[in-house]
Design a protein around this ligand. Sequence first.
Ligand SMILES: Nc1ncnc2c1ncn2[C@@H]1O[C@H](COP(=O)(O)OP(=O)(O)O)[C@@H](O)[C@H]1O
Ligand SMILES: [Mg+2]
Length: 230
Amino acid sequence: MASSILHEIRQPLFSIKGYVQMLLLEAHKSGKVDERLVKVHELVEDLERRASSYLDFSRDPDDQMIPLDINDPIRGAVRMFQHRVDKLRVQVHLELASGLPPVRGSFSLLQQVLVNLLQNAVHALQDRDFSEPRHIWIRSRLGDSGKQVEVLFADNGAGIRAEHAGKVFEFFFTTKAVGEGTGLGLAISQEIVQAHQGELRLWDAAEWDCSAAPRPTTVFRMALPVLERG
Ligand SMILES: Nc1ncnc2c1ncn2[C@@H]1O[C@H](COP(=O)(O)OP(=O)(O)O)[C@@H](O)[C@H]1O
Ligand SMILES: [Mg+2]
């Protein structure tokens, strides 16, 4: 579960903060405060805050597992991003299958996964030239075996370099500038999806079945088991 990993992370984080505060105190006393140390302190506090908010999140009563249509948390997350995608002129293409069988899940946790994917996609798209159209595609469909509901999440942003592909789900792996990324989004998302007996992976963008340009550069695939009716 995501929350048990977060508990483990919070403990050493708390110790790190203690040491950094001790160093800060000494620096203040000697009148030589290194700005880099101040930055480290800020970042550790930020990480601690995020870890705590995720923990609170997983105690939220909304996190109860209920039968739901995967399209609902998708639409909820997209709504939360409407303003940002409009501002950046990103076109969001929702290709959501209707009449999908339900999955068993937490609306808010699954919505959080979609929010994390959207956040990354928007970040990867924002540096693109305005002349180049920015796109996000979100597809839902019944998997081939009929036993899984699939969500394909794609963007035509900067893309993931081949040497990073194996690392993006690791805790604290980030290619973003200090203060812009924590490297927690995908790691936590994968934990959440696994807690739903599902899987979240990178998918080969070449497999995207759409002949028309533009094509995605990055595709994630989430699969959740179809709820068996007892
Ligand atoms: N849609 C995407 N396009 C390009 N790179 C991505 C995308 N999603 C994730 N990444 C890469 O994976 C890394 C880890 O993502 P994440 O776990 O969400 O942490 P963070 O966003 O804080 O860096 C990012 O720093 C980025 O390098
Ligand atoms: Mg992220």
